[in-house]
Design a protein around this ligand. Structure first.
Ligand SMILES: Cc1ncc(COP(=O)(O)O)c(C=O)c1O
Length: 392
């Protein structure tokens, strides 16, 4: 056989269609599509008679690996990946709702989740009632004949409230309950074991845990996941293989990280509560938190790494504090990085909520959210102490 021309060598590359080695970790299937041996194989893969992949928007081994691990951790039948946590919310809502349907949602959710629900209401005629997720009765009172879903967070952002999920599931009857389990992770709480139908995560947060990924994941039963995958494919919400690969790598240390951040956050919350420059601390591991009893019951392995606090100086103290901490505990509008970071819900995650509503719900202009990382607890406490002592 004659040597092909350079353009042919470049365009086709040297590639074998199977692995002859056994990599100890999954390869990254960074490919748009999967070559098929012929039309017969296409038919077999499409019909499900043969396991395989065709086009990465529809599915890819890295998607499957990450989704299967999260499904196993959450004790769900199956999972599906999305390009972000917001992609996961979209996939659930688009696969379960049509115009004229009604959703009951917790009043305090991640701000963009509330905004997406309001957008669906405004543009697509899907009705939404926001109710107090701390009261199963309030959620049940919001229920109507056309209610198709109830959406809540297991541990809320940014007030770190713990829900009574069995009571909510009971009160909602045959309405499926969807839980955003981003803050708790399956290491601390598994909503499906308490009756939830669907669970989703911003895997950009703890599941990956290294602050370098945008990824979402949904888990539930096989029928629901078939619907979610249809939507992720049709609306282009699917994740890319590299993000899933990073997500899978991050998952390897999830239990260790969740144990460490829970222990550290408890100590930091106790330190802050005793500091004269701090007016109040919101952490369910503290007896002062309104969810403390629920946390004791539902989060026996720890309350996670998220806490919020207000300064005695109020909103005026936020800027100076962030300036003092810029080099050690940075203001970073995300959470669940390895490093401890600070955020300001009124100006970031909850900026899109009308100011009066936000304040009335307890998300004040001075509320500071701390995402405790796996850096040394003692270092974080001494850095916070030094900065708090300088806040006017
Ligand atoms: C609780 C919670 N849910 C969902 C999301 C959305 O996830 P993503 O940023 O991956 O789209 C976030 C983002 O911060 C979040 O905190």
């Amino acid at each position: 056989m004659t040597q092909p021309d350079d353009p042919t060598i470049c365009a086709r590359g040297g590639w074998f269609d199977d692995f002859t080695t056994r990599p100890s970790n999954p390869p990254i299937y960074q490919t748009t599509a999967f070559d098929l041996h012929g039309i017969e194989q296409l038919d077999a893969v499409v019909s499900g008679a043969e396991q395989g992949y065709i086009y990465t928007r529809d599915g890819n081994p890295n998607h499957a690996a990450f989704a299967a691990d999260v499904a196993a951790l959450e004790r769900a039948e199956a999972g599906a990946v999305c390009a972000s946590g917001m992609g996961a919310v979209s996939a659930i809502l688009l696969s379960h709702l049509k115009t004229g349907d009604h959703v009951v949602a917790g009043r305090i959710l991640y701000g963009r989740t509330s905004q997406q629900l309001a957008e669906l209401q405004r543009c697509f005629g899907i009705e939404v009632t926001f109710a107090d997720a701390n009261s199963a009765e309030s959620l049940a009172e919001a229920k109507r004949d056309n209610t198709k879903l109830c959406l809540v967070e297991s541990v809320s952002n940014p007030l770190i409230e713990v829900i009574d999920l069995p009571a909510i599931v009971d009160a909602m009857g045959d309405v499926p309950v969807v839980v955003d389990n981003t803050f708790a992770t399956p290491c601390l709480f598994r909503p499906i074991e308490h009756g939830a139908s669907l669970v989703f995560h911003s895997a950009s947060k703890y599941l990956n845990g290294h602050g370098d990924v945008m990824l979402g994941v949904v888990v539930g039963n096989v029928a629901a996941m078939t619907g979610v995958r249809r939507v992720t494919s049709l609306f282009g919400l699917n994740a890319n293989p590299m993000e899933c690969w990073l997500g899978s790598r991050g998952l390897r240390t999830l239990p260790l990280r969740m144990r460490q951040v829970s222990e550290s956050a408890q100590k930091i919350a106790e330190f802050l509560e005793a500091h004269p420059a701090v007016a109040s601390v919101i952490y369910p591991g503290l007896a002062s938190h309104e969810s403390h009893d629920l946390a004791t019951k539902f989060l026996p392995n720890g309350c996670g790494g998220m806490l919020s606090f207000e300064l005695a100086a109020g909103a005026d103290g936020v800027r100076p504090l962030f300036r003092e901490l810029a080099e050690s505990i940075p203001f970073s509008p995300t959470l669940a990085d390895c490093r401890t970071t600070l955020s300001w819900p009124a100006g970031t995650s909850h900026k899109f909520i009308p100011t009066e509503d936000r304040r009335a719900w307890g998300i004040s202009d001075g509320l500071i959210r701390l995402s405790v990382g796996i850096d040394s607890t003692e270092d974080v406490i001494s850095e916070l102490d030094a900065a708090l002592n300088l806040v006017p």
